[in-house]
Write a protein that binds this ligand. Structure first.
Ligand code: IPM
Ligand code: SF4
Length: 474
């Protein structure tokens, strides 16, 4: 970077730089910096970290900054351990509760009405706030960046360090701004937009970067849509995704259980208002994306960057010059049992899954229900709300009835078939229309084929039994 560029960067700072700089506890001339962590979220995979903590005789430095909720292994058929898929997942719940009690950590256990997916629960409870550094032992921690925070996933050993010191050594990522502009097409959701972004920059396009999503399309989005966008930043390889906070953010947060109140709110608000990237802030990479003429998207392959417009045809590996890309495409097509040149429209599906930290909030369920109201699904499927709060809100609106009358199962909150760790899985060879964020080989069960899409697209696929274009449906 030239001297002038360095100066400009100091004067006009990005959201990322503002948050990072005020959290640096120690830095060396090169390499990682020691960062203070405001919030450490845990899920039921945290037993690894707790085993290490206990074996090494470590204690939790700031239990008041740690919050935990079980999500990956929880049963979705009911809220007691009898519903667990097997003894192993039941034991996960028992160990989770026990570890949290040992650590004196606030947690929302299985029976707690607020329980749900950690990335849905924490923003919803007002635990994820602008200006914070947030970590969690989960890659989709990027979700919380939608509040205007730096939020990233860490490993279990790093979690041990954060639990015992409330700090973490981190290499400072480069910054990338993705400016999203243009006219949003009919029935194009936040999910479609982020799938298009990932398709354009690639699954490793943002490795080493913190992405700030910006531009009129992002600014016009409600918080739940912004959470969807930041959730999937990780699928482009980013360290984190974030969005400068604005009135939409502040309105969303006001009155949430853990958000500041009274004079503290006023003070926090003043501070948060200073966080957005300064006009003219310099980013290491600037990307512009115009979504005009964008369509609802669906993935054809086994990586989230294989999204294409629903009215497009499956790409031909033979036209790909890079050999490793070509062979990955070929392998994906074999796994997905699809042929190049086939239209995505009309590909038959066996099952639907509406849920996950990408698309299980109230607005997602409303979109799916709008499509399903008065219709029958011709394939089986699960609708799994992201939290107990979402579940109750949906039930107050009668959305549960819409799903059940359509023939879909209305479950309790959790990760469920997004990752199939709790026993909710597809059968080998099945093709699932899924609102999740990963379509990896075996992700939703061994041999299961996953097509990623928006909630309304998944709902429409349930009704027709095939991938279809929601723009042509009522
Ligand atoms: C199991 C967990 C650690 C994992 C993650 O890190 O993201 C999961 O949530 C996922 O979505 O693949
Ligand atoms: S819902 Fe899926 S993506 Fe989100 S945390 Fe759970 S397993 Fe990971």
């Amino acid at each position: 970077m030239s001297q002038q560029a360095t100066r400009e960067r100091i004067q006009k700072r990005s959201l990322f730089d503002k948050i990072w700089d005020r959290h640096v506890v120690a830095r060396r001339s090169t390499g990682p910096q020691l960062i203070y962590v405001d919030r450490h979220f845990l899920h039921d995979g945290s037993f690894h970290a707790f085993r290490q903590m206990r074996d090494r005789g470590l204690t939790i430095r700031r239990p008041d900054r740690v919050f935990a909720v079980p999500d990956h292994y929880v049963p979705t058929l009911g809220r007691t351990l009898e519903y667990a898929a097997n003894a192993e997942t039941a034991n996960m719940m028992v160990r989770f509760d026990e570890n949290m009690r040992w650590g004196g950590i606030s947690h929302f256990p299985l029976q707690d009405t607020r329980q749900g997916i950690v990335h849905v629960v924490c923003p919803e409870q007002g635990l994820s706030l602008p200006g914070m550094i947030i970590v969690c032992t989960d890659s989709h921690t990027s979700t919380h960046g939608a509040m205007g925070a730096i939020a990233f996933g860490i490993g279990q050993s790093e979690s041990v360090l954060v639990l015992s010191s409330q700090t973490i050594w981190q290499n400072k990522p480069h910054t990338m701004r993705i400016h999203v502009d243009g006219i949003r097409g009919q029935r194009v959701s936040a999910k479609d937009i982020v799938l298009a972004v990932i398709a354009q920059i690639g699954a490793d396009g943002a490795v080493g970067y913190a992405i700030e999503f910006d531009g009129p399309v992002i600014r016009a989005m409600e918080m739940e849509e912004r959470l969807t966008v930041c959730n999937m930043a990780i699928e482009a390889g980013a360290r984190c995704g974030m969005i400068s906070p604005d009135d939409i953010t502040f309105q969303y947060l006001h009155g949430r259980p853990y958000a500041p109140t009274g004079a503290e709110w006023d003070e926090a608000l003043r501070e948060w208002q200073g966080l957005p990237s300064d006009p003219g802030a310099v980013f290491d990479r600037d990307i512009k994306i115009d979504i005009t003429n964008g369509a609802p998207m669906v993935t054809w392959g086994t990586s989230p960057d294989t999204g294409i417009a629903i009215d497009a045809v499956i790409p031909d590996p033979a036209l790909e010059r890079d050999e490793s890309v070509r062979s990955a495409m070929e392998a994906a097509l074999v796994y997905m049992d699809l042929k190049p040149g086939t239209p995505m429209l009309g590909v038959p599906i066996d099952r639907v899954f509406i849920g996950s930290c990408t698309n299980s909030r109230l607005s997602d369920l409303r979109e799916a229900a709008k499509m399903l109201r008065g219709r029958r699904a011709c394939v089986p499927g699960l609708v799994v709300p992201g939290s107990g709060e979402v579940k109750r809100a949906a039930e107050r609106e009668g959305l549960d009835r819409v799903f059940k009358e359509a023939g879909l199962e209305w479950r309790e909150a959790g990760c469920s078939m997004c990752v199939a760790m709790n026993g909710d899985a597809g059968r080998p060879g099945e093709r699932i229309a899924s609102t999740t964020n990963r379509n990896f080989v075996g992700r939703q069960g061994s041999g299961v084929r996953t097509h990623l899409m928006s909630p309304v697209m998944a709902a429409a696929a349930a009704v027709t039994g095939k991938l279809c274009d929601v723009r042509h449906m009522r």
